[in-house]
Design a protein around this ligand. Structure first.
Ligand SMILES: [Zn+2]
Length: 291
């Protein structure tokens, strides 16, 4: 944790809960890929940058989840750097409350206003304004517009396109907005010509296929669980309880909202596959598997 690994001639990874990519633009200037998940990762990152004598010229974010943009504002204050992202994520960066509001689909209650969901708002610019030698590859699924970022050293920072497969196998549910997109983006990432892949929440690897396949297997397993549970028609709330009980979860409010939001995305995925349908009866929404 908090150490710096060189992955290519000019490419480094600062290891923390949400890995930060560092690409050296010249002897002094670097650009960052994401900015870490909390204050301590930010402090340790800045100390490492100082030790190396590096100046942050820009940050490019894979997506605008709080654990990837948490230190954007403090880095802007220290280095006067620019922040680049796609236009959808810029809107989330500008507004502290869009992330929790999006997960809740409502004005978020105080239980959602934690450091996991709320960040300091800041200004970002569109990727097409970034004059950086990086390649931006759309990998939608985890969020609607997430991107992967490849450096000229063929190091590919894939954000949350995949997560650590061992953790995923245990927890089963990570936040995913679009299940079909998530599966497609894993295949897309596999076809990118990269020497090293860097998932945000796992160790850099030269062999992406096992982690890719393990992530796809877990997603398909959860889709199967949702399909099985909905053989008896269930409301989204009933489904959330059924799946969480089955997986042995003891959820707090914010985890409940994330899990429910993701399970609803699984229901949409099953509907897209012709494996589930929804209807409203007696003022309740039901989902039913097509057997
Ligand atoms: Zn994320």
């Amino acid at each position: 944790m908090y150490d710096l690994t060189q992955l290519g001639e000019n490419t480094y990874c600062f290891n923390c809960f949400s890995n930060v990519g560092i690409y050296k633009l010249n002897e002094k200037d670097v650009c960052l890929i994401d900015s870490g998940d909390d204050k301590s990762s930010g402090k340790r990152l800045m100390r490492t940058l100082d030790e190396k004598g590096w100046n942050v010229k820009a940050i490019v974010n894979t997506h605008s989840h709080t654990d990837h943009i948490f230190n954007n504002q403090s880095l802007i204050e220290k280095y006067g750097c620019k922040v680049y992202a796609n236009s959808n994520d810029i809107a989330f960066m500008n507004d502290s409350f869009l992330n929790p509001a999006f997960v809740c689909a409502s004005n978020p209650p105080k239980e959602m206003l934690t450091r996991y969901y709320v960040h300091q708002p800041h200004y970002g610019e569109n990727l097409d304004k970034a004059d950086l030698p990086l390649e931006y590859i759309p990998l939608p699924g985890h969020t609607g517009y997430m991107i992967g970022i490849k450096t000229p050293d063929d190091v590919f920072f894939v954000g949350d396109c995949v997560v650590d497969p061992i953790t995923f196998r245990k927890t089963k549910i990570i936040y995913i907005y679009d299940i079909a997109g998530f599966l497609n983006s894993i295949d897309k990432a596999l076809n990118v010509n990269a020497k090293i892949y860097v998932p945000a929440h796992s160790t850099p690897t030269e062999d992406f296929r096992p982690i890719a396949e393990a992530n796809k297997n877990t997603v398909n397993e959860v889709a199967e669980i949702v399909w099985e549970e909905c053989k008896t028609p269930l409301s989204p709330e009933e489904l959330t309880k059924a799946v969480a009980d089955r997986l042995g979860y003891k959820m707090g409010y914010s985890q409940y909202m994330t899990v429910q939001s993701t399970l609803k995305s699984y229901l949409t995925y099953l509907q897209q596959q012709g494996k589930a349908q929804t209807y409203v009866e007696n003022n309740r929404i039901y989902w039913k598997s097509i057997v």
